[in-house]
Ligand binder design. Structure first.
Ligand code: HEM
Length: 208
């Protein structure tokens, strides 16, 4: 049983009191899964979910200090939504009102290419095609502000979560986590370590 099939099964069975583990244990009782299957599924979720989300955040927090104006713009946007001086904490419902922060996440998914290869698709190259991306080697979140491109599998220009039946089942969870964590920009001033030149960081990211 693939994770996506399991997710469908969970949706079908979901009751107010049953969580994912409850569904898995029921499937074990019904002999549809073994305890080992459950262990491996959960391990899969931890491994695939943790590193990818952490890498995306790490790259976002590596890119933005190289562009202080972009930090200021993101902070101003978050200030406007949450109130200056962090009047309240960020909530999931705020994400849709943070277009610039969302654009930073999309640009981080594109340029440092947090998932550079999956199956046989070389998305690293797709994200650098000059006829698709103006100035492809630069970190420009603004390119997404007027664009219809989102992170789902509708636009083949940007597919960090894959497409089709095997696309990432963790997409909506990670979408929330990354935006909520990135919105802590509001409370901190991110700067490059003393003596570090943005050009060095940018060079290491692009390796080209
Ligand atoms: C920024 C974060 C993430 C990125 C960029 C990412 C990217 C991907 C990609 C590219 C695939 C392969 C899709 C394909 O083969 O077409 C995938 C599969 C998968 N992802 Fe993620 N992922 C992320 C977060 C997560 C999280 C948070 C979870 C779970 C909690 C997760 C669980 C999985 C699983 C289980 C699969 C295998 C699905 C299958 O083969 O049926 N991912 N992910």
């Amino acid at each position: 049983m693939s994770i996506n099939t399991l997710a469908l099964e969970y949706k079908k069975r979901k009751t107010a009191n049953e969580d994912v583990l409850g569904t898995l244990l029921k499937l074990v009782k019904e002999d549809q899964l073994t305890v080992d299957d459950v262990k491996h599924l959960l391990l899969d979720l931890f491994i695939t979910g943790m590193s990818t989300t952490a890498i995306t955040l790490e790259w976002a927090l590596t890119e933005i200090p190289c562009h202080p104006k972009k930090i200021t713009q993101a902070q101003a946007e978050i200030d406007q939504v949450l109130g200056k001086g962090q009047a309240r904490s960020i909530e999931e419902s705020d994400i849709s009102n943070l277009p610039y922060t969302k654009a930073i996440v999309k640009e981080t998914s594109r340029l440092p290419s947090t998932s550079p290869l999956f199956v046989w698709v070389n998305v690293w190259s797709i994200y650098r095609v000059p006829s698709v991306w103006a100035n492809p080697k630069s970190f420009v979140p603004e390119r997404f502000l007027e664009s219809e491109i989102d992170l789902k599998d509708r636009n083949f220009e940007l597919v960090p979560f894959g497409t089709g039946r095997r696309m990432c089942p963790g997409m909506s969870l990670t979408h929330r986590m990354v935006h909520l964590m990135l919105a802590t920009l509001h409370s901190f001033n991110w700067k490059l370590d003393h003596g570090l030149d943005p050009e060095d960081v940018i060079w290491k990211r692009s390796l080209e």
